[in-house]
Design a protein around this ligand. Structure first.
Ligand code: NAP
Length: 490
């Protein structure tokens, strides 16, 4: 049976890798998700037949837990609006880290209970040992590290630490994305407090290796959870994508480590794959923000000084849908720069209808996608794919930036931070240094948004006050609808 189980784990691991490969392109992403899902089901079912699964294991409880949590995930996954997807991703990511930490906790407490087994019979029963072996065993296994073995103990404790940090940190990220926690927040002397908690957590991680009691392990877990919260609290502003991908990478790593502790190859491979993918994404996101990771984690950027930056000069100039549609209808090239507001308005279908009308009039239309537009990596690509926009109309920031000065009209729909020239021109701005879509270089810019609301980072946008910029104040979907009506009559 063990060979069959190991074979299932191997197939599951291959499916995870193929799944991840599929997810690298919007064309194959759906197939990739299905493959990874089949891999997960296979690995879960195979585990029920694992020879190490003790006869004392309560199958009913396990099945009940899988049914309840699986049912909840299915139900919430079906009804979650697209705009709440980033929160959901943060939450599920946190659950992964929490599960890894829970495995670590169970194994550490089990080890402690074996060390502390008061009677020789108890220990003999737990370890399947003969009575005379017990004395020997107890003498050579006086703390967690010696009982579990150095490699298992170190990886188990590290996995528990990383998993707990990813769990509580992801919950803070979820609360920030869901608007339940203020995005730009600092505790007094935050960096110093963080450093103190971090050092204490590592110290208790080391002590957990040498302990023979539960108290140290409990303090270790509490500290790790607190550190996760403190690590995520000061990160706000435009930096959230970096930290979300970082927690994703940490969750993968924690799962991989705990997989080693359990001797479960499917967990090791799945964890490593997620850890590697998450690390690459973290690097990409940090690069997109033009900031080293250490700077994101330790500078409290976009928090204390979020409302800093110089005040813009001039005033916003409004435009009506009729005039905006005429400008677009008679242009040679129009570039659409979507942002989070397009997701809120669910305007992607109307936007694509608008683009098709422009194309019928021989206007060249392109989409400009900033890597951190929206609230999750790839957010805009997902929305545009859902609306059926062909991939060859979609351009990355680096590709499109050189084209703006040859563009007649840029339509910014629900984007703010990712088109804010303060990031380029204003050293006093908290978002200074972040690369942006250089839309101000176009001949005309039309910005569709509901009012004078700021972007995620809470920074005023100088673009809206520029001479070549006109504001079309409306909900994204309604504005696109009005533009369509006018264009149809042109
Ligand atoms: P943004 O800076 O958050 O701005 C969105 C704008 O959309 C707002 O100014 C809002 O203005 C407008 N809006 C909201 N609802 C709308 C509606 N129904 N119709 C039309 N407009 C609407 O968005 P962004 O430019 O896409 O920038 C993304 C930001 O989120 C960056 O700071 C990024 O770092 C951060 N972030 C990104 C990720 C990621 O992975 N992509 C994750 C977390 C955070 P009004 O209120 O005036 O309408």
């Amino acid at each position: 049976m063990n060979t069959v189980v190991q074979l299932c784990y191997f197939v599951a691991a291959v499916l995870f890798i193929l799944g991840l490969k599929g997810m690298s392109s919007p064309r194959t992403a759906r197939k990739g998700i299905v493959w990874a899902g089949i891999g997960m089901v296979l690995a879960t079912v195979a585990t029920f037949f694992h020879p190490d699964l003790h006869h004392a294991v309560n199958y009913l409880l396990i099945i009940l837990a899988i049914a309840v949590s699986g049912g909840l995930a299915w139900w919430s996954g079906k009804r979650v609006p697209m705009t709440d997807m980033p929160q959901m991703v943060a939450l599920y990511n946190g659950m992964g880290g929490g599960a890894a930490a829970a495995i670590g906790a169970v194994e550490l407490f089990k080890a402690v209970s074996q060390i502390g087994a008061t009677s020789a019979q108890q220990l003999a029963a737990q370890k399947d040992l003969g009575l005379e072996q017990v004395e020997q065993f107890a003498a050579g296994h006086s703390h967690v590290g010696s009982l579990l073995g150095a490699d298992h103990a170190v990886l188990g404790i590290s996995g528990a630490l990383i998993g707990a940090v990813a769990f509580s940190g992801s919950l803070v990220a979820w609360a920030k994305l869901d608007g339940r926690l203020h995005r730009n927040q600092l505790l007094p002397a935050q960096q110093l407090v963080n450093l103190g908690v971090f050092v204490a957590t590592v110290l208790f991680a080391i002590l957990s290796y040498y302990t023979d009691g539960s108290a140290v392990i409990i303090v270790f877990f509490v500290l790790a959870l607190v550190f996760g919260v403190f690590m995520a609290i000061p990160i706000g502003g435009a930096d959230m994508p970096v930290v979300i991908s970082l927690f994703n990478a940490l969750t993968g790593l924690a799962v991989g480590f705990e997989g080693y502790l359990l001797g479960n190859p499917a967990m090791i491979i799945a964890g490593t794959v997620v850890g590697a993918a998450g690390s690459l994404l973290t690097q990409l996101m940090a690069k997109a923000m033009n900031r080293p990771l250490t700077n994101v984690l330790f500078s409290g950027f976009g928090t204390a000084t979020a409302d800093a930056g110089s005040d813009p000069e001039g005033e916003m100039k409004a435009i009506q849908a009729e005039d905006a549609a005429i400008m677009m209808g008679y242009a040679n090239q129009v570039v659409i720069a979507p942002g989070y507001g397009m997701a809120v308005a669910q305007a992607q279908h109307k936007v694509w209808e608008l683009v098709e009308l422009l194309q019928e009039r021989d206007v060249s239309v392109k989409f400009a996608i900033h890597p951190v537009a929206g609230r999750m990596p790839g957010h805009m690509n997902v929305l545009l794919a859902e609306a059926g926009v062909p991939y060859d109309l979609i351009y990355d920031m680096e590709e499109i930036n050189a084209e703006f000065d040859r563009t007649d009209v840029v339509v910014v729909i629900g984007a703010n931070d990712v088109v804010n020239p303060a990031a380029k021109n204003d050293p006093s701005s908290p978002i200074y240094g972040m690369p942006i879509l250089d839309v101000a270089a176009a001949h005309n810019v039309i910005v569709i948004k509901r009012g004078k609301g700021k972007g995620f980072s809470g920074v005023e946008n100088h673009l809206f006050f520029a001479d070549n910029c006109r504001m079309l104040f409306n909900d994204g979907q309604k504005a696109a609808g009005e533009l369509i009506q006018v264009l149809k009559k042109l």
